[in-house]
Write a protein that binds this ligand. Structure first.
Ligand SMILES: N=CN[C@@H](CCC(=O)O)C(=O)O
Ligand SMILES: [Zn+2]
Length: 393
């Protein structure tokens, strides 16, 4: 993948790994003789397409329970917002998650992460946000870290304490925001945080409350990201861009001023088409305007029990094309190079280049457009994590 051809596609390419790092990438014929002499193990991938390991840069993988009854209610006409306002939605997952032990949550999260890994996902972001008290939020963040060490995948963990108002803070959202901000130093000191997120919307938190959480994150030197403009336009994206946010996510109701602010700040636009699909949304994100403004576009699974219970980043890529009109090339960039940027990992992840982590996938496919074309398939033939083959061969 050299960037000079569509998809950065390099026919007859070769990769040389050393430990967990890519040492050399280029055309087979160009492999330097001095490096060739040091090769200890050679794998012929045949004519297979090879891409960077996929990056799922927005997931809520740690929770207990399910929301199938809520799904039934929505199909009978109740809206996602109505269910949340009546005390269901995120709160029902919070109750189930609080009741689960760390090991139970780990077993559930590992089973989900293994499915993503088998599909070719080698890096993922995992948010807290179904604990909403100090102990359970910390438990969920520890589980996120344990998923990374158990599987060898790169995990970035994000605090999303400001996901919803827990019942014990009914009528006191500002007090809850104080509590969320107060948890961050201990979570950071325990090495549990890579970023801080907020759900800024009608059923989440206001821009002023978002600011207070972001100020607390900034005081700790932590980057921020935002669930922004999903159900309404709160001008959250512009606010987040003002803090140099890594990404603004969902953004179906993103405004022109939000786009301009994101372009200025280099904030990634994170599209979550499976949530759009599953909530039967009809308000499309402004993809063409994002393109024209030069905002990097990423695509993620948003795996969570309420708005996106699927476990397929390839399906999200397909939907980004069919529903949002991304090109398959944009969808692949959105789950590799731009997804890496959304996690602050652009120097080491999401590309096949010397010095990057040796995470890559050999696919039983002929052309990279097929990654967005097929759905319901598992085309990964071999998944390599940090130079080690972990599956399917
Ligand atoms: N929008 C807020 N958070 C999640 C959904 C949470 C839930 O419904 O459990 C999302 O990204 O879609
Ligand atoms: Zn989310």
């Amino acid at each position: 993948m050299d960037g000079a051809t569509p998809y950065g596609w390099l026919p007859d390419g070769a990769l040389l790994t050393q430990g967990d790092t890519l040492r050399w990438v280029g055309p087979m014929s160009g492999l330097p003789a001095d490096l060739r002499g040091h090769i200890t193990d050679e794998v012929d991938l045949g004519d297979r397409l090879v891409t960077p390991g996929l990056i799922d840069a927005h997931t809520h993988l740690v929770y207990a329970g399910d929301r199938a009854r809520e799904f039934e209610r929505r199909l009978q006409g109740a809206t996602y917002e109505e269910i949340a306002r009546a005390g269901g939605g995120i709160r029902s997952t919070v109750a189930a998650t609080r009741a689960a032990s760390e090991d139970e949550l780990l077993a559930l999260a590992l089973a989900r992460a293994r499915q993503l890994l088998a599909e070719g996902v080698t890096t993922l972001e995992i948010k807290s946000g179904y604990g909403l008290d100090a102990d359970t939020e910390a438990r969920c963040l520890r589980v996120a870290r344990r998923v990374g060490s158990a599987l060898g995948v790169t995990v970035r963990s994000t605090s999303l304490g400001a996901h919803a108002l827990p019942p014990e803070y009914d009528g006191r959202p500002d007090d809850y925001i104080d509590a969320v901000a107060a948890w961050l130093p201990a979570q950071a000191a325990a090495g549990l945080l890579d970023a801080v997120d907020v759900f800024c919307d009608t059923i989440g938190f206001t821009p002023a409350q978002t600011r207070r959480v972001f100020d607390a994150a900034r005081a700790l030197g932590l980057p921020v990201k935002l669930h922004a403009e999903q159900l309404s336009n709160q001008e959250g994206a512009a606010l987040a861009a003002g803090y140099g946010a890594l990404s603004c996510d969902h953004i179906e109701h993103l405004s022109a001023s939000g786009i301009a602010a994101m372009a200025q700040a280099g904030t990634v636009a994170m599209l979550l088409p499976t949530a759009y699909y599953f909530l039967r949304d009809t308000h499309l994100p402004p993809v063409q305007a994002l393109r024209e403004a030069g905002v990097p576009i990423a695509v993620a699974s948003d795996h969570n029990p309420g708005s996106s219970p699927g476990l397929s980043l390839l399906l999200a890529m397909n939907m980004a094309c069919t529903l949002f009109r991304l090109t398959p090339e944009e969808a692949l960039a959105g789950t590799t190079v731009h997804a890496a940027r959304a996690l602050g990992l652009q120097a080491t992840h999401g590309r096949l280049a010397a010095g990057c982590r040796a995470d890559f996938v050999a696919w039983n496919l002929n052309h990279p457009a097929e990654l967005s074309y097929w759905f319901g398939h598992r085309p990964a033939q071999r998944v390599v994590l940090g130079g080690r083959s972990v599956s399917n061969d």
